[in-house]
Design a protein around this ligand. Structure first.
Ligand code: FE2
Length: 365
């Protein structure tokens, strides 16, 4: 299969969150997750309607944006969805071409190609809608030498906690409505030229109570991986349905961030107050039969509640945070891959049971 990739993507450029209070969000991601201050845009840089903070760790760039006025698409987004991911930006060589190719294949336009210029050069950006109100912005930055994007100034506060070893975005998962998963799989296939990686059926990932269906789409060079979930019928409410209820529609569910030393990273994150899902004790009683030999000490993994899974190519270590805002919507995954290219299918059941414990305590099971 050597057909030409019509949408070459170099990686995730940034992930932008629309939040109620960007100043406090930026502080939280510095303090708790070890992101480093990168750039700022707001009243001081001439903006009247919004403030944005850009933070970076490894190759991961997060932007936190809040509205300064009530009559604003940012304020509307925040009112409807709560804090959430608006933009999954993709790094390209040619943003005009990316727009043209995807629009020609049926994408809905979010932003026509636009050139932003400041003293550091120029960036070309264009954008299309994906599930819900989430968008992909194509960012062409080969002629830009500033800290982040035109209009942002370098942000260099005195408070700069150390990083925790997060390296890059491994994958970003979308939750879509009942019966819509295949439509979005087709969207990534036909509009963006992605291929399907692996698939779960609802039997794979259902517990006694809740279920979901999930398929994974991936671009040509494998740098962009988008699993798509839809709720499935269980005895009680699926965690995907809970997300959709509180987010008021489809949206990005979690961002998985890779580390090459998960033990160190998780110890850091826990000591800084990041809350993780607890897995049932029984998980560790049977895990070794499933994953066989691993390099790490099992007791350490157990103490830190790290999950382990194996596929044909190797194994992976992973852990999921609790939702990072009051609505039970967006959360993060920390992942270390040791050969495995899958997503922790064997952990889904254990994970589900852990999530159900949380749902039960919220009365939303
Ligand atoms: Fe994941």
């Amino acid at each position: 299969m050597n057909k030409k990739d019509f949408l070459p993507l170099k990686g995730t450029d940034y992930v932008e969150f629309y939040v109620g209070n960007a100043k406090q969000a930026a502080h939280y991601y510095q303090t708790a997750f070890g992101f480093q201050p990168l750039a700022y845009a707001g009243l001081e840089t001439g903006l009247k309607d919004r403030t944005s903070y850009a933070l970076r760790q490894g190759k991961i760039t997060f932007v936190f944006t809040t509205a300064l006025i009530p009559d604003s698409p940012i304020a509307e987004h925040q009112k409807l969805h709560g804090d959430g991911i608006k933009v999954i930006a993709l790094w390209v060589d040619n943003a005009r071409q990316a727009y043209k190719e995807t629009i020609a294949r049926g994408a809905r336009s979010y932003m026509e190609p636009r050139v932003d210029i400041d003293g550091n050069g120029e960036v070309v950006m264009s954008g299309i809608y994906t599930y819900g109100e989430t968008v992909h912005i194509f960012v062409e930055r080969k002629n830009y030498f500033g800290p982040f994007l035109p209009g942002f100034k370098k942000w260099n506060p005195s408070y700069q906690p150390t990083d925790v070893g997060l390296k890059y975005v491994d994958h970003i998962v979308g939750n879509v409505n009942w019966g819509e998963m295949n439509n979005w799989i087709n969207f990534y296939g036909s509009v963006m030229g992605f291929e399907q990686l692996i698939s779960f059926d609802d039997k794979d990932i259902s517990t006694e109570y809740t279920a979901l269906m999930s398929k994974v789409m991936c671009n040509d060079n494998m740098r962009i991986k988008f699993p798509i979930n839809e709720p499935a019928k269980g005895k009680k409410k699926s965690q995907i349905e809970e997300y959709i209820d509180f987010y008021r529609g489809p949206g990005a569910q979690h961002v998985a961030m890779a580390t090459d030393d998960i033990i160190k990273t998780i110890e850091q994150l826990k000591s800084r107050g990041v809350e993780f899902l607890r897995v049932p004790e029984v998980y560790y009683e049977t895990v070794m039969e499933r994953v066989k030999e691993i390099d790490e000490d099992l007791e350490t993994l157990k103490r830190l509640n790290i999950l382990i899974d194996r596929d044909e190519e190797g194994y992976l270590l992973q852990l999921f945070t609790k939702p990072v805002q009051d609505r039970p919507t967006v959360f993060f995954e920390i992942i270390q891959r040791k050969g495995a290219k899958s997503f922790g299918k064997g952990n889904f059941k254990a994970l589900f049971e852990a999530i159900e414990l949380e749902q039960e305590s919220r009365g939303t099971l």
